[in-house]
Every structure is written in C-alpha cells, then in structure tokens.
Ligand binder design. Structure first.
Ligand SMILES: Nc1nc2c(ncn2[C@@H]2O[C@H](COP(=O)(O)OP(=O)(O)OP(=O)(O)O)[C@@H](O)[C@H]2O)c(=O)[nH]1
Length: 299
C-alpha cells in the first residue's frame, strides 16, 4: 500500500509532504534516518506538531473499530455529524510517553486489517518519536538553570537570537533588563551558602511573577538575572524596571539580609546583533554599580 497517496498536505508546507513521503517508505530504518535529518534542520517543537498534524491528516490510512478497541483508546464524539476523534497512546507505556497521543479523525469504523495497519504505523513512529522527545528533554535541561528553574545563559542566548530575528523580520522591538544583586556575597558570608541559594530562588520567583506572560526571565549565573521583554519605549522599560526593582527590594528576605538590586536596561535596535543589546544593558548596569548600586539606568 502506498501511504503517500493517503496522506495529504493541508498546511501547504513542504516538510509535511516530506513526512508523508517518508512514511510511504514504510521502514523503521528509513524513517529513523529521515527523522535524524529532520532534527538537524527544524525546531523540535515544530517536529512534534508536524507529527500530530501529519497523523491527524491520515484519514484514509486507517479507520478504527471503536467498539473493539474502546478500552485502549480514549475518544469522543463532538457531535453526530462531525468525524469521531480518536486518540491512541503513542509508543511504549513508559511514564515519559504516556501522555503522547496521535490524533485521528474517522467517519467510519475500521476493519481488522485497517486496525492492524494503524497499530503498525504506531510502531514505526513510536521509536523515532521517543528519541526526539529524549533529545528535546536533554536540550531543555541544557538551557535550564538547575537552582532556580529559569532559563540559563545558553537559554538566554537562544531566546535572544530568536527574538532579535523575529523583531528584524517584523520590524518590531524588544527590551532587555540585566539585574544583579548588590552585596550578595555578604549573604553567603553571613548566612551560609544554602541560605544564599534560597535567596537566589526567591529572587527568581519574584522576577518571574513581576513579568508578563510574554516576557521571559533567565539566571545568567551567580547573582545576575536577565529579562527579555515585549517592550518598545524607554518610558515603558523604565516602568517595568522600577516595578521589578521595588518588588525585589521589598521582599522580607532582601530587607532582612540588607541587600538590594541594581538594574541596567536597553532597547533592541533593529538590525543590532543580539550580543550588542546585552552588552549595552550590562554597561548600564556597570554604571549603576559604580555610582553606588541599588538603582536603574538605561543604555
Ligand atoms: N549561594 C550561592 N552563591 C553563589 C552562587 N553563584 C555565585 N554565588 C556567589 O555570589 C557572589 C557574587 O559575588 P559578587 O560578584 O562580588 O557580587 P556581590 O557581592 O553582589 O557584589 P556587587 O555585585 O558588587 O554588589 C559570590 O560570593 C559567589 O560565590 C550560587 O549558585 N549560590
């Protein structure tokens, strides 16, 4: 059976067609190589969504005998006239893959052979998909700060590059704040390293809570944090910086430990290199430190 005829491209995107072609080869080995190639060229997030979209488009590929597989499948009828949506657990039933589903839409029931075909397709797809997920998790760990759960320096670099690219394409702007605790060393010295860690975690939490959903916070290392903000004017940036400054400084633990924070900010200039906008914000922070700490300055 040539599955490439059964799968069609509803998105009009080339990668969708490629997967359809790969699945038509119907070989684990080929699909694996295909996925490896895919991993090096596209973002993993879009890989998963391509998968789901592609599988959900596999309408004529197989149908399911809903009554006989009801125990294993979760499905729901939106209404009698619309297709039945079936979700099939993907991969082996390990904790990490339990919540993975391929989604199919069917109007009629499947016969036995068609069900087998569908199960077979799942076997083919499950292993590469698990590899892709393992890779995705690993990538996530590499960009996450273990102490605070915020993105780390690598995560920041990646996000900043992505944002700069998007802003250049759409002629938009974004802003960046670099936040550094003042005299943090004294916390470690006076209260111990563990308490120092707790302060960093609390500060991360307060920064995150002070930001909007579209903004992102990172821990750069040590007692330095950084925020990528959806913000275009220096007046808005000043307002956000003041809000953050107040929020962090007014925490009980900050007052108890007699520490504060300094903030430097910069607005991204179109066509500017992502490293340069960070450098400008960091220089502004440096000027705050030189002029007595505990304040905000823009580049
Ligand atoms: N508890 C804890 N301390 C850390 C961690 N990473 C770095 N530090 C400490 O953070 C301190 C940073 O010191 P400095 O860069 O001099 O910062 P500071 O004391 O805030 O000085 P100013 O920035 O000039 O006000 C050092 O004592 C580091 O040992 C961490 O993960 N946990």
């Amino acid at each position: 059976m040539d599955y490439s005829n059964s799968i069609y491209d509803s998105t009009g995107q080339d990668n969708f067609v490629s997967i359809a072609q790969a699945s038509s080869m119907y070989s684990v080995h080929l699909l694996n190589s295909f996925l490896q190639q895919l991993l090096t060229t596209i973002d993993l997030d879009s890989l998963c969504s391509v998968y789901f979209r592609q599988l959900s488009m596999a309408l004529p590929l197989a149908k399911i005998d809903l009554t006989s597989v009801q125990d294993k499948l979760s499905f729901g009828k939106e209404n009698t006239s619309s297709p039945v949506i079936v979700t099939l657990p993907f991969g082996t039933a390990t904790a990490s893959t339990q919540d993975l589903f391929a989604v199919y839409s069917f109007i009629e029931e499947l016969d036995r052979q068609e069900r087998q075909t569908l199960a077979h397709m799942h076997n083919i797809f499950s292993q590469p998909l698990q590899h892709a997920l393992a890779f995705k998790n690993m990538k996530l760990l590499m960009t996450k700060d273990a102490l605070t759960g915020l993105g780390n320096r690598a995560g920041f670099d990646e996000a900043c590059k992505r944002l700069a690219g998007r802003c250049n394409r759409h002629n938009d702007q974004f802003a960046l704040l670099v936040i550094d605790l003042d005299n943090f060393k004294s916390v470690n010295d006076n209260f111990g390293h563990q308490e120092g860690d707790r302060v960093l975690q609390e500060v991360a939490l307060h920064i995150q809570q002070a930001l909007r959903h579209s903004d992102e916070a990172f821990r750069f290392g040590g007692d330095e944090f950084c925020c990528l903000l959806d913000c275009e004017t220096s007046a808005d940036l000043l307002a956000i910086a003041n809000r953050l400054h107040q929020r962090v400084n007014q925490c009980d633990f900050m007052q108890k430990m007699k520490i504060s924070c300094s903030i430097g900010g910069a607005i991204f200039h179109p066509e500017e290199h992502p490293d340069t906008v960070f450098k400008r914000a960091d220089e502004a922070l440096y000027r705050v430190k030189l002029s007595g700490k505990n304040a905000y300055l823009a580049a």
